[in-house]
Design a protein around this ligand. Structure first.
Ligand SMILES: Cc1cc2nc3c(=O)[nH]c(=O)nc-3n(C[C@H](O)[C@H](O)[C@H](O)COP(=O)(O)OP(=O)(O)OC[C@H]3O[C@@H](n4cnc5c(N)ncnc54)[C@H](O)[C@@H]3O)c2cc1C
Length: 397
């Protein structure tokens, strides 16, 4: 009897499998048609964004899941995490792009004005434009509220002037707008107060974008974005003046779920690549998967994936029901990203010289998995958070 592919086992174990099966099948069909392994490799090596794949995904309503605008397709956060997992298991950079789009959709839906929803959200949902989210600064991402130097001031003439710089921003070269987090008022009563969100057209005079050279996520640009006396109208403010960071905090749970799903997808993609190799490659007259040490590592990888999947499924279900999901989401992101980094490391060892070959995707998963050890929030900070909020220990940072 031939062994079932691990993937089949995974979907069989998925407690929410039946409800999300349709969206999973849809993404798989699109990926199989538009993102073959050869094409994924090509776009990674060319450092190019796959516009055709994005058009196919957006054209099937996958950006508009969970959006409440008229004419959208329904679905909720449980579907979104399935989309992200499936993309991350193949064209990983597209999963990163979708995490950002879902964040933009959520913020615009929650606090966008009628005009902002008509001019920015609607084309986003239709797949006609994309958005970037610019929070991290050159002086730091973890403690960003305290070190934020990007400032917007309101002039007597009734408009805003934005100055500053953002670092490591995903996708501004392929986006029409960025949601920019800027200080507008004093940090009182706490550092997260006095911060406002702005919807900034990326072609506005004074905005400059510089692509950064990174080792990972090559299918989506990562950039520095600078703002030099960028003039913005009053209605560029997204949501409430001075409460922008708090508005973002409300969406961070979703971003964390997205990151958990992306890490889970990377873990699964790498695991499947490693398992195939362990079945096919022979040494001492047997498949290398017959050696106990390698078999145990593979089993540990499968258990780590299923543990992370269980947490993610529970977290997404709690979020979809509107229940408290921050602890489960933090645990899911930790479990999935630790699973991914361990699986890619074991995979690279197990594949020997082939691990370094560009013919196999393991090296790409190995590079891409790094992102989710520190983004959107580092695993150290997640442990700090869980120590305080879950265990009731004194704040450690
Ligand atoms: C490819 C890529 C895409 C990205 N996309 C975006 C994007 O679209 N938008 C955006 O705004 N940002 C984006 N980021 C930035 C990302 O969110 C930050 O890199 C992340 O928040 C960490 O910030 P930092 O890199 O400044 O690290 P730092 O904040 O400088 O942290 C450095 C180290 O110190 C540790 N540390 C800091 N404080 C503590 C503490 N109290 N206790 C324990 N350890 C601590 C951290 O865990 C980390 O290990 C992206 C980054 C990359 C590389």
């Amino acid at each position: 009897m031939t062994a079932p592919p691990f993937d089949a086992l995974a979907s069989g174990l998925d407690p929410e499998g039946s409800e999300q099966a349709e969206v999973r099948a849809l993404v798989r069909t699109i990926v199989a048609r538009h993102a073959t392994p050869e094409r994924i490799r090509e776009y990674d090596e060319r450092r190019a964004f796959d516009h055709d794949l994005y058009a196919a995904l957006a054209g099937s309503g996958l950006v508009a899941l969970d959006a409440t605008e008229d004419g959208t397709h329904g679905g909720d956060v449980r579907d979104q995490v399935v989309v992200i997992e499936e993309l991350a298991a193949g064209p990983t950079a597209m999963a990163v792009c979708f995490i950002v789009q879902y964040m933009g959709v959520q913020l615009l839906t929650a606090v966008g004005s009628v005009r902002q929803r008509a001019e920015v959200l609607r084309p986003l949902l239709a797949g006609e434009s994309r958005i970037a989210f610019a929070m991290t600064e050159p002086d730091g991402g973890t403690d960003v509220a305290r070190v934020m130097r990007t400032r917007a001031s309101r002039t007597d003439a009734g408009h805003w002037v934005l100055n500053g710089a953002k670092m490591w921003i995903s996708g501004p070269l392929i986006a029409r707008h960025a949601i920019v987090v800027a200080r507008t008022d004093p940090p009182q009563p706490s550092a997260v107060d006095g911060i406002t969100l702005f919807l900034v057209p990326l072609d506005a005079p004074g905005v400059s974008v510089r692509e950064l050279d990174t080792v990972a996520i090559h299918g989506l640009d990562t950039c520095e974005v600078r703002f030099d006396r960028v003039r913005l109208p009053d209605d560029a403010v997204l949501g409430e003046r001075g409460r922008g960071f708090r508005q973002v905090l409300a969406t961070l749970n979703r971003e964390r779920l997205g990151a958990a799903a992306a890490a889970l997808g990377i873990a699964r993609g790498a695991f499947e690549c490693g398992l195939r190799y362990a079945r096919e490659r022979e040494a001492f007259g047997r498949p290398i998967g017959a050696f106990q040490v390698l078999q145990h590592r593979l089993v540990d990888g499968a258990v780590a994936i299923e543990s992370a999947r269980g947490l993610l499924t529970r977290a997404a279900a709690a979020e979809a029901r509107g229940e408290r999901a921050d602890l489960l989401s933090a645990m899911a992101k930790l479990a999935a990203s630790e699973a991914a980094t361990r699986i890619v490391d074991d995979g690279m060892r197990m594949m020997g010289g082939s691990g370094l070959s560009l013919e196999y995707p393991m090296q790409r998963y190995f590079r891409d998995a790094r992102l989710y050890t520190f983004a959107p929030l580092s695993n150290e900070m997640l442990r700090n958070y869980l120590g305080e909020r879950m265990l009731g220990l004194p704040r450690s940072f």
